[in-house]
Design a protein around this ligand. Structure first.
Ligand code: CTP
Length: 407
């Protein structure tokens, strides 16, 4: 592909220790066919030098507005970009961007860009939580930028807390989603809080064994990722998944159906939409053995008695009756009579939308792709052809946004 045909991405890097992680983001962007122009701040260059950015991007690197003046880079770079991503974004860069300062090439670029803009902040927890930063973030979000919530974990020193740069691969996913959506309404979930459950619950029999299912969590993670890219605040309740945390989502790990119920109901209190993509076990062992269940020679094993788990989706649908405008979405995995069973389940559970897909040994569970029909309580039926789980996720959000805006 000729350079001019490639989507143009500006990678702004500001001066924090996480600048080294932006090298990985840069690699992912260039390897997936993007023309990347790196615009570091002066402080960023104290962490990672200009030759690294130039070599990895294959493009010249400048921080000031006084180089190559005849090419007017302080205007052109922003105007020509299809996406600007600032990673890491320090408290200082967020402040300068929020106030419209134009004292270096990056801030000039931010003022001239008319494409989607993503900030991936990284700083110490105190700086992130300071009202000044919080207000700057709110200002940038109000103006249409996607500001990804920092991750929680180890910070520069010995301390841990909120403020880590999310996994570069996940920042890349946000960028990819924004570029893929192109002219589509980009941030139509801005200002909304959405809750997504993902994965499969495990119901313990004893300290080492459980009853579980084969859900990987991929569909729920795709829903969380796409919602972040569309500007939502996302709570992801993740049951026994082993996928990287989607950048920008608040991840609440859970194990059992009872734990999942507690986490989802709490997060749903102020949510605009709740999507139950998790495979929740309908039953759990009636008795939990404190010690490992041993086989005893010559004796048949004890039968495992089961009791019903709460139906979280049905409970959410009932609660949402008292929450005007809240949209509740369920998933149904069926092996036969897919549509008829789906319709009956939608009515039984009382949710607004039900995503029905056919499952089997080698279908849906753990796969990268999916095929489904989205049923609406209003009688609508939207088939989603076989494709990436993110495409199905976007169809679900399209429907949710439509309902939120109508309601
Ligand atoms: N679900 C739930 N709580 C449960 C079981 C399921 O919230 N205890 C949710 C799932 O997250 C999913 C939807 O309900 O969104 C459909 O789950 P499914 O197990 O397919 O439906 P069931 O009601 O169990 O119907 P059946 O067993 O007859 O297929």
């Amino acid at each position: 592909m000729d350079r001019s045909d490639k989507p143009r991405v500006v990678l702004g890097v500001s001066g924090g220790i996480a600048a080294y992680k932006a090298c990985e983001l840069l690699r992912r962007l260039t390897e997936s066919g993007h023309d990347v122009r790196v615009v570091p701040t002066g402080s960023a260059l104290r962490f990672v030098g200009e030759p690294t950015w130039a070599a990895l991007s294959g493009n010249p690197v400048t921080t000031g507005v006084w180089e190559d003046v005849h090419e007017v880079p302080h205007v052109r770079i922003g105007q020509e970009a299809d996406l600007v991503v600032v990673a890491p974004a320090t408290a200082d860069t967020l402040a300068r961007a929020a106030h419209g300062l134009a004292d270096d090439l990056l801030t000039n670029t931010l003022l001239t860009a008319r494409c989607p803009v993503v900030f991936a902040p990284a700083m110490h927890t105190e700086m992130w939580e300071h009202p000044a930063t919080a207000e700057n973030v709110a200002t940038l979000r109000r103006r249409g930028a996607v500001v990804i919530e920092p991750a929680v974990g180890r910070l520069t020193g010995k301390d841990t807390g909120k403020g880590r740069l999310p996994d570069p691969g996940e920042i890349f996913e946000v960028c990819r989603r924004l570029l893929a959506r192109g002219a589509a309404p980009g941030r139509d979930l801005a200002g909304r809080h959405v809750v997504v459950s993902a994965g499969g619950t495990r119901e313990p029999l004893d300290p080492v064994r459980f009853l579980g299912n084969r859900s990987s969590g991929r569909q729920g993670y795709a829903l969380a990722r796409t919602a972040v890219a569309r500007g939502a605040r996302v709570t992801l309740v993740a049951a026994n998944t082993s996928l990287p945390d989607p950048a920008g989502a608040d991840v609440v790990p859970v194990g059992t159906a009872v734990q999942l119920r507690e986490a989802v109901l709490k997060a749903a209190e102020d949510a605009d939409a709740v999507v139950m993509a998790a495979a929740v076990a309908d039953f759990r062992p009636a008795r939990y053995a404190q010690g490992k269940i041993k086989k005893r020679d010559g004796r048949e094993p004890e039968p495992v008695a089961l009791v019903r788990n709460p139906d979280v989706l049905a409970e959410l649908a009932e609660l949402s009756a008292a929450r005007p405008g809240q949209v509740v979405v369920g998933f149904a995995a069926e092996t036969d009579d897919v549509l008829a069973n789906g319709r009956a389940k939608l009515a039984r559970k009382g949710c607004d939308l039900l995503v029905v897909n056919e499952v089997g040994e080698d279908r849906t569970f753990g796969a990268e792709e999916n095929e489904a029909v989205v049923l609406g309580a209003d009688g609508s039926e939207t088939p989603v052809p076989h494709g990436p789980k993110e495409a199905l996720a976007d169809t679900v959000w399209d429907k949710v946004v439509h309902m939120l805006n109508a309601g």
